[in-house]
Write a protein that binds this ligand. Structure first.
Ligand SMILES: N[C@@H](CCC(=O)N[C@@H](CS)C(=O)NCC(=O)O)C(=O)O
Length: 194
């Protein structure tokens, strides 16, 4: 379900779709599943022929680790810095090393991209793509601050290729709300200033 369907009525959305009042939610024949990572695992289970998770248990665990790592070490800092709950120095202190570690995780899988596993598209790309897109979109808001133009990305071609790769896939572009809309939402909600 899209954010648009949520705007039909928050109260109704909470009653009928997600008591947490959050998107995304997936409705398949009246069965409603929430939490984005749970949803993408379900999609993988429904369409095993797409090979979104490799057969190798260690690689599956590495994909899940990278997803959890990015969410907890990088994305978790995004809204706090926009809301000035942490300083930009604190933000970069946490995020730069985390991105360097992500580069290491990428290289462990494959020396070349564009995806987490190399040329094979997987749940890691699906999970991280939306976050990467929002970070890249927001970078233009803070061009002079270099806030979202990370040294780790500038210095590591594999990481840069991954950032570009996950947002360039046509299936991603077709479903992404678009940079401008996201920037407008950020400005409206947080009016961030540095
Ligand atoms: N852990 C949840 C987080 C969901 C979430 O925080 N969604 C945000 C939008 S990205 C939301 O619906 N926030 C409430 C709002 O915007 O009113 C997931 O990954 O599905």
């Amino acid at each position: 379900m899209s954010p648009q369907s949520k705007s039909l009525g928050l109260a109704m959305y909470a009653v009928k779709v997600n008591p947490e009042s959050k998107v995304p939610a997936l409705d398949i024949d009246g069965k409603i599943i929430t939490e984005s990572l749970v949803i993408i695992e379900l999609i993988n289970d429904l369409f095993p022929e797409k090979n979104l998770l490799p057969k190798d248990p260690f690689q599956r665990a590495q994909i899940r680790f990278a997803t959890e790592f990015f969410a907890s070490k990088v994305w978790s800092q995004f809204f706090p810095v926009l809301q000035a709950k942490i300083t930009k120095e604190e933000f970069l202190e946490q995020v730069e090393p985390a991105l360097t570690r992500l580069n290491g995780l990428l290289l462990e899988q494959s020396q070349t991209g564009p995806y987490f596993l190399g040329d094979q598209f997987s749940l890691a790309d699906i999970a991280l793509g939306p976050f990467v897109a929002r970070i890249l979109a927001t970078a233009s808001l803070f061009e002079k601050e270099n806030l979202f133009q990370f040294n780790a990305v500038k210095q590591n071609p594999r990481l840069a290729e991954f950032f570009k790769g996950v947002v360039s896939r046509p299936s991603f572009k077709d479903t992404y709300l678009g940079d401008q809309l996201f920037i407008d939402l950020i400005n409206k909600r947080f009016s961030p200033k540095f």
